[in-house]
Design a protein around this ligand. Sequence first.
Ligand code: B1M
Length: 213
Amino acid sequence: MESYFDTISKAVESGDDKQVAKTAREALAGGVAALNILEKGLVPGIQALGKLFKDGQVYLPEVLISCRAMGLGVEELRPYLSDANIHNKGTIVLGTVAGDLHDIGKNLTKLMLECGGFNVKDLGVDVSAESFVTAAREYNADIVGMSALLTMTMTYMPEVVKALGVAGLRDNVRVMIGGAPISREYADEIGADGFAADCASAVDEATRLMGIG
Ligand code: B1M
C-alpha cells in the first residue's frame, strides 16, 4: 500500500491540492508527526516537480499549481507544528533578497522558526538592503535571515551584510542565510554568522546564534 508520504509527494507534484490536504489530515489522524509529513511528503514532492521543471517537462503554470497545493498542505500541518506555550527566543527579520521571488523555502523556514519559539517579521520577497536595515532597526532584531534561490541573487547577500555594517547594526545583529545555492562556505565568505541547509536546522542555527543552544 502506498504510504501517506508517497501519496502527498505525488499529489504535490501533480498539483492535486485536495488530495494533499486530505492525505495530510489522514496522516495526522493516524499519528504521523507533522514535521515528518513536511519533510518526507511535501518537500520531496516540490523537489520532484523542480526536477521536471529543470528538465523542461513542466512549465511555470504547473509549478505555480504545485506551489498552491504545497501551501494548502502546510496550512493543514501548521497547528500541529506550533506550540502555543513556547516563549520568545528572539526576533528574526526574514526575507528573500532583492531580485528573487522564490518564497516557498523562506515560508517554511518562517514556519519552523515560529514553531521553534522565535518572533519572525516576514518582509516577503524581493527585499532590498535598505528594507532589511530599516526593519532590523524598527523591530530591534536579533537576527536578519536571508533566503535566495538564484545564483544571480545570492550575490546580493553581501550587500545586505555591508549595509547592516554601514548602519552601525552589525555588532548587535547576527546574519543567517539559506536557500538551495547557499553553503556554509559561502556564508563564511560573505561574513554571515550562520547558515542552514534546511528549515528544521534553521531553528538550531538561530538558537546557536542567540547563544542559548
Ligand atoms: Co524558479 N528557479 N525561477 N521558480 N524554481 C529554480 C530555483 C531553479 C533551480 C530551476 C531550474 O532551472 N533548475 C532555477 C535557478 C537556477 C540558478 O539560479 N542556478 C530557477 C529559475 C531560473 C527561475 C526563473 C529565472 C525562471 C524564469 O522565469 N525563466 C524565475 C525567477 C523569478 C525570480 O525570482 N526573479 C523563477 C520562477 C519560479 C516560480 C515563480 C515559477 C516558482 C517560485 C514560486 C514561489 O516560490 N512562490 C519557482 C520554483 C517553485 C522553482 C523550483 C522548481 C522550486 C524551488 C522551491 O521552492 N524548492 C526550483 C527548482 C528546484 O529547486 N529544484 C527553481 C523547495 C524549497 C522547500 O526549497 O527554497 O531551497 P528551498 O528551501 C529549503 C532550504 O534551502 C532552506 O529551507 C528550505 C526547506 O528545507 N532555506 C533556508 C531556504 N531559505 C532559507 C533561509 C534560511 C535557512 C534555510 O535562513 C534565513
